[in-house]
Ligand binder design. Sequence first.
Ligand code: ATR
Length: 272
Amino acid sequence: MTDRYAVVGNPIAHSKSPLIHSMFARQTRQDMRYDAMLAPLDGFKTTADTFRQLGGKGMNVTVPFKLEAHQLATGLTERAGIAQAVNTLKFEDGQILGDNTDGAGLVQDIIGNLNMPITGKHILLMGAGGAARGVILPLLQQKPAMLAIANRTPQKAVALQKQFIQHGQTDAGDYAHFAGKRFDIIINATAASLNDALPALPPGIFAADALAYDMMYSAEPTRFLKYAEKQGVHHLADGIGMLVEQAAESFHLWRGIRPETKDIIAQLKNPG
Ligand code: ATR
């Protein structure tokens, strides 16, 4: 019997995950099927339980259900526990294992694909919502010189910093708090790009040879990436690489094989 997987979200129609996982399955010769499933906003648990009862082996979970997936899990990996959010569920022996592969995906993309070491670097993480929370521990595990968390509402950045204080060198505040500082890697984990908005970054924030990374992706470069380019930044990346890498990490949890990602990322970045 073909093993079944799905990505669950709302909305879900434009998800690239079914395409990515079908490419992984073909490449690694796995007998599996992966679908996109729309869950009603008040129906995540029912959707997940039904899929599991019908023999589903695992799920990716996306907006807005990552917190509910965290609650549904009967066991959590360390990184999912600390992120307080789950993007990957594995159904096995009556148990529901919850994992979060987003941060590992980001780190793998920055180090492995963009060839930018994180160790010893000064990193500015923009945003203090769920997207930011999920990547902090994996970034700190690479031992940056500093991980600064900037947020429009500074209290949220400070609260987040407190949770990770024992994991590495951190700082937190609003954007103005970082005026006069320079960073090697600036990551946009805010929802600003969704509304074509730009967080209020102080001038001169990009160090020479900096990487500007937007966790969002869209057909056109985001406002943040356009701004960075105007500031003379040459290394620009959107969230496609992270998307493929987090998928590879989920695939590995389910199937025990890590697919090759480089060609798939290139294909998604330059379709046709
Ligand atoms: P997610 O779970 O996707 O991270 P969220 O929890 O709603 O979503 O968090 C959204 C993040 O984007 C927050 O850090 C938010 O800043 P506030 O905490 O101050 O609201 C940030 N954000 C959204 N729109 C923004 C904008 N136009 N400029 C700056 N930050 C913005």
